[in-house]
Design a protein around this ligand. Structure first.
Ligand code: FAD
Length: 383
């Protein structure tokens, strides 16, 4: 069977080939942002893949979007610098008003505005999202935001953020998932006027931040959808996010397998290539099998999403399998490079750190297992 996305893959590969490993290595060492790379992807229209043509995007499906993310990571890059641009706008597209869509989507598609950030996680509540403490209180034609967020990515390279805040106290709602709302925050207007951003230095070159809201005022018209329904809107967007992160892990996994296979054929110890030893072959073969299987689950999740069919379980399972497979591939790659795996110039240690993140964020593997156990298999609820 031929790959229906071969032309797309070739186009992304050609663009990525103009950014060699040295480029991504330098950005990582400098803890910089791959501005030129993201600009090239934007200019070529790839980051607007999911925006409908009527708003200036390419109107492609999630299957195509996932191929774009996969190929970036397979080429040695890190989609984490720009993947938010792909899926955050989906929330606006599905739940925004006609006026909001007309105002923002064409500018996002043209690369004039970046909507790269989504503020959900809080320091004291973590995965237990319905307990968030950040509040948005309506005062006339404004909402006033108070509270704190943590691990909010790409704020310094975004113009807009989607923010989840409580508009009705938890004690006053009939269901804990009600009473939260989402807002579009203009970051340039907000920073220094009620929003303080504190970068978090972390294991990966991933720009992420603590956010402090102190009476930040935003126009009431920046509410997306209906007040109180924000948690459901955020959940609606997560399936696309999960499938795209799965694709990135698949790209990472393929990168690790290519890299370690080439090295194991060439590196000679004890008078023969290390890849002649089954103790070396088997972990690589196992990782290859797992990456391929994860790819099939990703394909299924994307096909369901593109057919407007429920895909939450498949998207979660794809993310689980892909994150696990890329981690297995990363371990094999690092292990069989011996000491050289730790040398920056081989890029293995960088990709190793990058792919490890996806066991924890944007959803930890435990929470996916809990979803499958309780929502698919019907085991008793644990929370
Ligand atoms: C680099 C990075 C970037 C991020 N970017 C963003 C972003 O842009 N926007 C955003 O909103 N968030 C972001 N996050 C936050 C991320 O989504 C959370 O870190 C993740 O969801 C886990 O939440 P937590 O860190 O609060 O862990 P906790 O909820 O404190 O959980 C800690 C550990 O306990 C386990 N655990 C918790 N409860 C259970 C349970 N009931 N059963 C079994 N195990 C459990 C979890 O698996 C986890 O490993 C980012 C995080 C990182 C590290």
């Amino acid at each position: 069977m031929t790959d229906p996305h071969q032309d797309l893959r070739d186009a992304i590969r050609a663009l990525c080939a103009t950014f060699p490993p040295e480029y991504h290595r330098r950005i990582d060492e400098e803890r910089g942002y791959p501005e030129e790379f993201v600009a090239a992807l934007t200019k070529a229209g790839w980051l607007a893949a999911l925006i409908p043509e009527e708003y200036g995007g390419s109107g492609l499906g999630l299957s195509e979007a996932s191929v774009i993310m996969e190929e970036i990571n397979r080429a040695g890059g890190n989609s984490g610098a720009c993947h938010g641009q792909m899926y955050n706008m989906g929330t606006l597209l599905r739940h925004g008003s006609a006026a909001q869509k007309a105002e923002y989507l064409p500018k996002i598609a043209a690369g004039e505005l970046r909507l790269q950030s989504m503020g959900v996680t809080e320091p004291t509540t973590g995965t237990d999202t319905t307990k968030i403490k950040t509040t948005a209180e309506r005062h006339g034609d404004r909402y006033v935001i108070n509270g704190q967020k943590v691990w909010i990515s790409r704020i310094q390279h975004s113009d807009l953020m989607i923010l989840l805040a409580r508009t009705t106290p938890l004690a006053e709602v009939t269901k804990k998932s009600l009473g939260m709302s989402i807002f579009l925050v203009d970051l340039h207007a907000a920073i220094g006027n009620g929003l303080t951003v504190k970068p978090i230095r972390n294991m990966v070159n991933h720009e992420t931040n603590e956010l402090f809201f102190d009476n930040l005022e935003i126009p009431a018209e920046n509410l997306i959808g209906e007040e109180g329904m924000g948690f459901r809107y955020i959940l609606d967007g997560l399936n696309a996010e999960r499938a795209l992160i799965a694709a990135e892990c698949i790209g990472d996994g393929l990168w690790f397998i290519d890299k370690v296979t080439a090295y194991a054929k060439e590196r000679e110890v004890f008078g023969r290539p290390i890849g002649q030893n089954q103790g070396v072959q088997f972990p690589i073969a196992e990782a290859h099998i797992e990456v391929q299987a994860a790819g099939l689950m990703r394909d299924r999740a994307c096909a369901l999403f593109d057919a407007n069919l429920p895909c939450g379980t498949e998207a979660n399972m794809a993310k689980y399998l892909a994150a696990k497979a890329s981690w297995e591939a990363a371990n094999a790659c690092l292990q069989f490079h011996g000491g050289f795996g730790f040398a920056t110039e081989y890029d293995v240690e960088r990709k190793f750190r990058e792919t490890r993140l996806y066991q924890v964020a944007p959803i930890s593997t435990n929470l996916i297992l809990s979803h499958v156990a309780e929502h698919v298999l019907g085991l008793p609820r644990s929370f």
